[in-house]
Design a protein around this ligand. Structure first.
Ligand code: PLP
Length: 381
């Protein structure tokens, strides 16, 4: 099986599995306990938290430190940001048209409970258009949430421009950086956001942990109750072992990024050019291909084909890819991201996502290209 569905999740790196096995063997106990074994666990957890924050451009040394709240993953961190960021500030919530379902559907819930939600549009390449944002922020606004890079097309979003507008209007900005971390350099400080979501299973870390970085002094109401952990913002016993896996995966992802980024991009380009050469531009299109993109993601439209049939045909010949966000992969719903880009229904119906990792090889990509070509030609017959 050739695995090219790394935006859904990635295989754990051997070094991460090793670090976690050692952590389990070290016998850490409850970091909230007051006894010495508890204090030992707390110290290791705090170390992991500081390292993660430092690696992501957070501030840990000054009195005015940023904070990292551990969650169960990106979905929970996004929900926490959407429901909690800004504290009790009244007002609307603004998101973009291409957010992951953990933002888009959380926003629908807010709307059902009476919050006004406004949606920033995207252009034909899937890049958020923020020209109206400044005017929208004249209305009371609790928070804005825009992703750093899209999970379906890889399109990188103009977060610095958006954060400048939000800072000027003093409105908190949340950034979902789940797909960007480990694929491009990401600095919380440079983005000038107030909150940022990270999920280590997207960069060869463990599933079951994620994080929400919060700027110093940024208000966040909890969405769960019943414990004093993480300053009551997200109660529940923390896992030192998962935090160590998160820390190790992030360190490796950042250390390997200069080489891995270039490699993933050349593999992605190899796949795209092979398919374009063999099929021609009328039979395959690269959705969002003109945007500034993450190096490892491509979204391919095969007009006239059915994406579900293609994903299944590819599975049968040993290529694991997807027809959109993993959260929606069991469904046949057309991708809201591609629809927001203004693609025709026929293009959306025939679009699949292929995503590489630093473990992908040229041999695999050449083989996958051949299998995709024959599956496409078979389905066209
Ligand atoms: N945000 C984006 C952009 C994603 O791609 C994903 C996962 O696909 C998530 C959030 C959710 O993260 P998790 O799978 O850790 O819940």
């Amino acid at each position: 099986m050739i695995y090219v569905d790394n935006n859904a999740t990635t295989p754990i790196a051997p070094e991460v599995a090793q670090a976690m096995a050692e952590a389990y063997a070290a016998g850490y106990l409850n970091p909230a306990s007051q006894h010495r074994p508890g204090q030992r666990a707390r110290r290791r957890l705090d170390d992991a938290r500081d390292t993660i924050l430092n690696l992501l451009g957070g501030e840990t040394t000054r009195f005015a430190s940023d904070r990292l709240i551990f969650t169960s993953g990106g979905t929970e961190a996004n929900n926490l940001a959407l429901f909690g960021l800004g504290g009790d500030r009244p007002g609307q919530v603004i998101i973009s048209a291409i957010e992951h379902p953990s933002i888009a559907e959380a926003a629908q819930q807010l709307q059902a409970r009476g919050t006004a939600v406004r949606i920033l549009p995207v252009d034909g390449q899937g890049v958020v258009q923020y020209e109206q944002l400044d005017a929208w922020l004249e209305q009371p606004t609790r928070m804005v949430s825009v992703m750093l890079a899209n999970n379906e097309t890889g399109a990188i979003q103009p977060i610095q421009q958006i954060s400048t507008i939000c800072r000027k209007r003093n409105v908190p900005l949340h950034v979902d950086a789940v797909q960007a971390v480990g694929k491009i350099p990401v600095s919380f400080e440079e983005l000038a956001a107030d909150a940022m979501t990270v999920s280590p299973h997207k960069f060869h870390g463990p599933r079951g942990i994620g994080g929400l970085i919060l700027g110093h002094g940024v208000k966040l109401n909890p969405t769960m109750f019943g414990g004093s952990q993480q300053l009551t913002t997200r109660p529940g016993t923390e896992s030192v072992e998962l935090a160590i896996g998160f820390e190790t995966a992030l360190r490796l992802a950042i250390e390997t990024l200069p080489e891995a980024g270039a490699k993933m991009q050349s593999l992605r380009n190899l796949l795209e050019t092979t398919l374009l050469e063999k099929l021609g531009a009328e039979r395959v299109c690269i959705n969002g291909g003109k945007a500034d993109r993450l190096p490892h993601t491509t979204n391919l439209a095969f007009p006239g084909l059915n994406r579900q049939a293609l994903v299944m045909a590819l599975d049968m010949v040993g290529v694991a890819c997807s027809s959109g966000s993993a959260c929606a992969s069991g469904s046949s719903e057309p991708s809201p991201t591609l629809l927001a880009m203004g693609l025709s229904e026929a293009m959306v119906a025939g679009s699949i996502r292929v995503s590489f990792s630093r473990f992908s090889s040229e041999e695999e990509v050449r083989e996958a290209s051949g299998r995709i070509l024959s599956a496409v030609n078979n389905l066209r017959r």
